[in-house]
Design a protein around this ligand. Structure first.
Ligand code: MN3
Length: 199
């Protein structure tokens, strides 16, 4: 059972003018797709051929000899989660349960924003910024390369890709502008509320 590239949850130009169709063409159509093609090639004749993506990630996490499988499997999961972490006309302050929980665990929405911006801006090189649930408490985390919260027992609620390929065509080297745009114009709090409800 080979993995397939999941469709974007919106049209390729739906996040314009913030993230261009050109960026999504490369990011989804080339980068995300190549993780799918690579993983399928690596597991085809292995004992993982029938496993779910999550099972593969848990099986090979921390195994240096299986780093290629981990990186490609985790990057498939991370990117699918990232597409859903954004929506057209998103951004701004959350509503619902996540809004109350952010006030409770960070003190205020502004304190969350400061922590999330710092995580994204200080992730050296490639990686991800996350809002996670960890033992019942919200936290902001950053991870390098393909690393993700599930291997640390945390539940991901939102993610932002800070690999250069996520923003370079639209923002060039201005990662802080991309991060601010993600928070102000794109973040999908409905998705975070769904993930919190299911946690
Ligand atoms: Mn990416």
């Amino acid at each position: 059972m080979a993995f397939e590239l999941p469709a974007l949850p919106y049209a390729k130009d739906a996040l314009e003018p913030h993230i261009s169709a050109n960026t999504l063409d490369f990011h989804h159509g080339k980068h995300h797709n190549s993780y799918v093609v690579n993983l399928n090639g690596m597991i085809a004749d292995s004992d993982m051929a029938a496993d779910s993506l999550e099972d593969i990630i848990h099986k090979v996490a921390g195994d240096a000899g299986k780093a290629g499988v981990f990186n490609n499997a985790a990057q498939i999961w991370n990117h699918t989660f990232y597409w859903h972490s954004m929506k057209p006309n998103g951004g701004g302050k959350p509503t619902g349960a996540i809004a109350a929980k952010i006030d409770e665990d960070f003190g205020s929405y502004d304190a969350f924003v400061e922590a999330f911006k710092a995580a994204g801006a200080t992730q050296f090189g490639s990686g991800w910024a996350w809002l996670v649930l960890d033992n019942g408490k919200l936290k902001v985390e950053k991870t390098g390369n393909a690393e993700l919260p599930m291997t640390k027992g945390q539940t991901a609620l939102l993610t932002m890709d800070v690999w250069e390929h996520a923003y370079y065509l639209d923002f060039q080297n201005r990662r802080p502008d991309y991060i601010a745009t993600f928070l102000n114009e794109l973040v999908n709090w409905d998705f975070a509320n769904e993930n919190l409800a299911n946690a």
